[in-house]
Design a protein around this ligand. Structure first.
Ligand SMILES: Cc1ncc(COP(=O)(O)O)c(C=O)c1O
Length: 382
């Protein structure tokens, strides 16, 4: 029997060359040093099990009393999180989702018809391709370029705006470049969005991980001349990806904001996907976030120092969990490092980096493993 599937799911399901090389090396009994681990729950951080799990047994979770945007108590806790970032956010402007990824899905449905376009930064996070495919949305990449730091190429960005463009997506700070959007860039993005009637979608999942003592400003802080959606969630803020909690905070001029929120409420009501125990526990998890953030920040700082101590060429990074290393020799790349040194890194191309010889490493990798891997890369680089 021949079954037909949607063309939106006609992805290339083949194994990448790197994945194949990793599988074969492991199959041959080779021990590999993995510098790509970005799941915080497997990186050796201490989680306070009692304070994380106890709120899940709150008897309030026994009652199903759904609100499409999420329980008010949970939305108030998210608003308080933004209060800590000097932003006055109304709980009414917040929609809870089961992840930031689901939040993207809601926004793509809210803003786009099939075939409409969203501008996305390049390099950035590869999941966007799939999220867009699933909503029949087309992504148009706008380039970030590196010149003693990362910059948005505004000329190119404007050139990519067409009649079907509906939004500009920004990752602040970016994954994997670690670029934090400057105030000047924010003003320019808002001006462009306003002029073309585009929404601004800002992914702030890594906001709380600046590499200096200075806090990064959230786009939740007004004013908001353009319709703006800020996405975030527990997976990075509290190092709890398994709890599946994210949200969308919406801002902007009164009329389009009201329209957007009313429509978003129907989108959320259609799925009612977020579970009550997680909503009840959310205020506790947000309250406890500094315990894990401090450990992650310490790990990031020590691993970054390791890269510099080994004289590797680390591209300037403002924030986040990843770093880009520029390899010095022609022909060196993630695959050659794997085969020669048995160290797993992500190739730059995985995140849409056009230049060759760039690898991405996860700064939350456990220190011992990270040190060993970086020393091996340095040995073949220097
Ligand atoms: C930039 C960015 N946004 C969103 C996500 C996904 O977050 P969530 O677990 O909330 O779906 C990731 C995951 O790595 C990410 O790197």
């Amino acid at each position: 029997m021949n079954y037909r599937f949607s063309s939106r799911t006609a992805w290339d399901l083949g194994e990448s060359d790197l994945a194949r090389a990793i599988r074969l090396a492991r199959g041959a009994g080779q021990t590999l040093i993995d510098l790509t681990v970005s799941n915080p729950t497997t990186c050796g951080f201490h989680y306070d099990a009692e304070s994380i799990l106890a709120p899940l047994s709150d008897p309030r979770a026994l009652t199903y009393d759904p609100d499409p945007r999420g329980l008010l108590s949970a939305r108030e806790a998210v608003a308080a999180y933004y209060g800590d970032h000097r932003a006055a956010v109304s709980p009414d402007a917040i929609t809870l989702t089961t992840s930031t990824s689901e939040g993207y899905g809601y926004l793509f449905r809210l803003l786009c018809d099939a075939g409409d376009e969203i501008l996305v930064p390049q390099p950035s996070y590869p999941l966007f391709d799939y999220l867009a495919d699933l909503e029949d949305v087309r992504l148009r990449p706008y380039p970030l370029f590196y010149d003693y730091g990362w910059w948005i190429d505004f000329d190119q960005l404007e050139r990519r705006i067409g009649p079907r463009t509906r939004a500009i997506l920004l990752v602040h700070p970016n994954n994997p470049t670690g670029h934090a959007t400057s105030h000047t860039e924010r003003l320019r993005l808002e001006e462009i969005c306003g002029r073309h009637g585009l929404a601004l979608i800002v992914d702030e999942v890594f906001l709380d991980y600046p590499h200096t003592a200075e806090k990064l400003p959230s786009f939740a802080v007004g004013p908001h001349p353009a319709l703006t959606f800020v996405l975030s969630g527990m997976s990075k803020i509290a190092g709890l990806p398994q709890m599946k909690v994210g949200w969308i905070a919406a801002f902007g001029p009164e009329v389009p904001l009201r329209q957007a929120l009313a429509r978003l409420e129907i989108v959320a009501d259609t799925f009612l996907s977020m579970n009550t125990p997680a909503q009840v526990a959310l205020p506790h998890w947000l309250q406890g976030r500094l315990g894990i953030q401090d450990q992650i920040l310490e790990r990031i700082s020590s691993n970054t120092r390791k890269i510099m101590d080994c004289n590797l060429d680390l591209l300037k990074v403002d924030a986040g969990w990843s770093a880009i290393v520029r390899l010095p020799r022609l022909g060196m790349d993630a695959e050659s490092i794997l085969s020669a040194e048995h160290v797993i890194t992500h190739p730059g191309a995985f995140y849409g980096i056009a230049e060759r010889g760039r690898i991405i490493v996860s700064l939350i990798t456990p220190e011992d493993e990270f040190s060993t891997g970086i020393e091996r890369i340095a040995k073949v680089s220097n």
